[in-house]
Design a protein around this ligand. Structure first.
Ligand code: HEC
Length: 172
C-alpha cells in the first residue's frame, strides 16, 4: 500500500483538507477500472458516433474519478517498487478514461445539460491533461513531475463543483 500522508509540497493546506473531504471512495481501484473499461467498451454502432456513457456522472465521480485521483494524490513519497509504480499507472489510465467519458455527459438527469455548458469542457480538459501529465511522469518514474501533475489536478475538481454542483462544495 502507498502511505496516506499529507505531502509537504502542497502549498495550500485548505486545498488539501478539501481534497481529503472529497475522498469518499467506496469501491476498490480494480472495480473502478473495470467500470471505466465497461463504460467505454461498447460495440461499434456503425454510425461513427462516439460511444455514449452508460453511468451517471455522479457515479463516475464517486467511483473511478475519486479513487484514481486519491491514488495519485496519496503518492506523497516516491514509490519504491515496480508494483507501486504500476498501481499509479493504473490510476492515471483510469482517470484519463473517466475524463474522456465525463466530457460526453452521463445518464443522470442533469448530466447532458451540464456537459453542454461552455465551462464544462475547460474544467474537464484540465482534469484530462493533468491525468495525462501524471501518466507521463509515472512512466518516466519522475516523482517530482507526478507531484506537479497532482497540484494541477485539484483546481478543476473544485472549480467545476463550485459552478455546477455548489451543494457538493457546501457539504464538504
Ligand atoms: C467538468 C466538471 C467536473 C470535474 C472536472 C470534476 N467534477 Fe466531480 N462532480 C461534478 C458534478 C457536476 C458532480 C455532481 C453530480 C451529481 O450530483 O449528479 C460531481 C460530483 C462529485 C462527487 C460526488 C459528491 C457528492 O456528494 O455527490 C465527487 C466525490 C467528485 N465529484 C469528485 C471529483 C474529483 C476528485 C474531481 C477531480 C479529480 C472531480 N470530481 C472533477 C463535476 C465535475
Amino acid at each position: 500500500m502507498i502511505a496516506v500522508t499529507p505531502r509537504p509540497t502542497v502549498r495550500n493546506s485548505g486545498a488539501l483538507d478539501a481534497r481529503h473531504k472529497i475522498a469518499i471512495a467506496t469501491v476498490t481501484l480494480a472495480a473502478a477500472i473495470a467500470l471505466a473499461g465497461a463504460t467505454f467498451a461498447q460495440p461499434p454502432n456503425g454510425t461513427g458516433e462516439p460511444p455514449h456513457p452508460t453511468v451517471p456522472i455522479k457515479q463516475l465521480m464517486e467511483t473511478t474519478i475519486t479513487d484514481a485521483s486519491n491514488t495519485l494524490w496519496n503518492a506523497s513519497d516516491p514509490p519504491t517498487s515496480a508494483e507501486q509504480w504500476a498501481a499509479l499507472e493504473k490510476a492515471a489510465l483510469a482517470l484519463i478514461e473517466a475524463a474522456k467519458i465525463n466530457a460526453l455527459g452521463g445518464t443522470g438527469p442533469m448530466d447532458n445539460e451540464w456537459a453542454k455548458q461552455p465551462a464544462w469542457k475547460p474544467f474537464n480538459d484540465t482534469m484530462l491533461h493533468a491525468s495525462e501529465s501524471a501518466l507521463a511522469a509515472i512512466r518516466a518514474k519522475n516523482h517530482a513531475a507526478l507531484l506537479e501533475a497532482g497540484d494541477v489536478l485539484y483546481p478543476p475538481c473544485e472549480g467545476c463543483h463550485t459552478l455546477f454542483n455548489p451543494g457538493v462544495v457546501n457539504q464538504n
